[in-house]
Write a protein that binds this ligand. Structure first.
Ligand code: ZN
Length: 431
């Protein structure tokens, strides 16, 4: 993909003078920023805004990737697009707007494709351009996010990974480095195969799987379900399905139509997919059509607008440039920007937040990170504290039961005395 030079109308000195104010920023390395080569995967509400910001910061290069065209309903928030660009490929519109208005020392390129099915083009562009940053604004799902992280780790040069997603009043930004020993998205937020259990059960023609039923699902039937859900085929899928069925049914060739068996199958299939998304293997795939998309909620009913897209995108660029400068950036930030009193919040999840997530004991397949085991004395102290708390609760219960017993006895006593008094009073009255 040939990179176009920045807009021809830019005077030579502008490329330097335009960036004088950011050169005065503390902790901002303008020379480092101007060497960055950025891959913006997904060029909609998040990607177009990220690309625009990167150009205004003066990075060396931006390549936009997207398969869509500009729609009128994009114009409220996708800031690079103008009404005369409706109908254009989004990536061409991004490149055109960047060169026309935002790029003073940045070259831009456009890659109009489906990043999942034309993965080889993504890999080739990342390698040819010597990308140093991948920005993920694509909402294909957790497995695709893992693929982009694996790509960032597979490239020769250090390549930082940043993702942003936005809707309504909420944005989420994920920010990861690729240094050895640094945890990745897979060990902090492992994706799960979201395909419906009932879909698998229905493949055997017998309805829902919520109740275990007799019969079995063949590999062909399971594969047919996957093809329908993925809306694509991939040469790796038949083998993945066969091995997952065997893993879920003690080596059998068919899957029992029980909830437990389907859950085991889904878990095995997740493992099969993740095994293909390692830095060692991810460069070799021509298509990633063996990964599932996350089920998409109807986001049009939730809505989106300029403010949340801008804030999420800008925060993503901010996380990236701070990580670039070697600062400690949390891997995940979720923010609600609704300005009603008391409803604005931002949660930054540091590495500590993920400490107790289950991880493979022999290391994460993507980054090699091993979960630090809890020290034995800490485990013993925790067990002792739990035992003490349990004993205390038991004692409290016993005391409460006794107190209730006394209260009941006292009430009964008071009742009897009352009855006795009444009886005595009556007898007194009769006497
Ligand atoms: Zn990892």
């Amino acid at each position: 993909m040939a990179a176009a030079p920045p807009g021809g109308a830019v005077p030579a000195d502008l490329a330097t003078a335009a960036f004088s104010r950011q050169q005065n920023l503390v902790d901002f390395d303008d020379e480092l920023v101007r060497r960055q080569r950025c891959f913006v995967v997904g060029s909609g509400g998040v990607g177009s805004c990220i690309g625009m910001t990167l150009a205004r910061m003066g990075v060396a290069h931006v390549t936009f990737v997207d398969m869509d065209t500009v729609a009128t309903s994009n114009l409220n928030r996708q800031l690079l697009f103008t009404p005369d660009q409706v109908g254009m490929n989004k990536v061409d519109a991004c490149k055109q707007s960047l060169e026309r208005s935002h790029a003073f020392r940045t070259s831009a390129a456009a890659l109009h494709c489906n990043a999942v099915t034309r993965w080889a083009d993504i890999v080739a562009e990342a390698q040819e351009q010597h990308m140093t940053a991948i920005f993920n604004g694509c909402d294909h799902g957790g497995f695709f996010d893992i693929a982009l992280q694996a790509l960032a780790r597979a490239l020769d040069s250090p390549c930082l990974y940043t993702a942003a997603s936005t809707y309504a009043y909420t944005y989420q930004v994920d920010s990861y480095g690729t240094a050895a020993g640094e945890p990745c998205l897979l060990c902090t937020n492992p994706p799960a195969h979201s395909i419906s259990i009932d879909d698998f059960a229905a493949a055997s023609g017998a309805g829902r799987a919520s109740e275990d039923a007799a019969g079995a699902i063949t590999a062909e039937e399971a594969l047919a379900v996957l093809k329908r859900v993925y809306q694509s085929e991939h040469e790796l899928l038949p083998g993945m399905v066969r091995r997952s069925i065997a893993a879920a049914s003690d080596g059998a060739a068919t899957l029992p139509r029980t909830r437990g068996a389907v859950l085991r199958f889904r878990s095995a299939l997740t493992g099969e997919i993740l095994a293909e998304l390692t830095p060692a293997r991810v460069l070799a795939h021509t298509s990633l059509a063996f990964i599932p998309a996350d089920p998409k909620p109807d986001t049009s009913s939730v809505g989106s607008w300029a403010v949340v897209c801008c804030m999420g995108s800008m925060f993503a660029v901010n996380c990236w440039v701070q990580r670039l400068a070697g600062q400690d950036v949390p891997p995940m930030t979720i923010a609600n920007i609704n300005a009603q009193r008391g409803s604005v919040w931002r949660e930054q999840m540091g590495w500590d937040s993920f400490k107790f997530h289950p991880k493979p004991s022999d290391g994460c397949t993507l980054c090699g990170f091993k979960a630090p085991g809890m020290p034995a004395e800490e485990v013993a102290a925790m067990a002792a504290a739990e035992a003490a708390a349990a004993a205390e609760a038991k004692e409290r219960n016993r005391a409460a039961t006794l107190a209730r017993g006394f209260a009941a006895a006292a009430a009964l006593g008071a009742g009897l005395i009352g009855l006795l008094s009444v009886a005595l009073a009556r007898r007194g009255a009769q006497a």
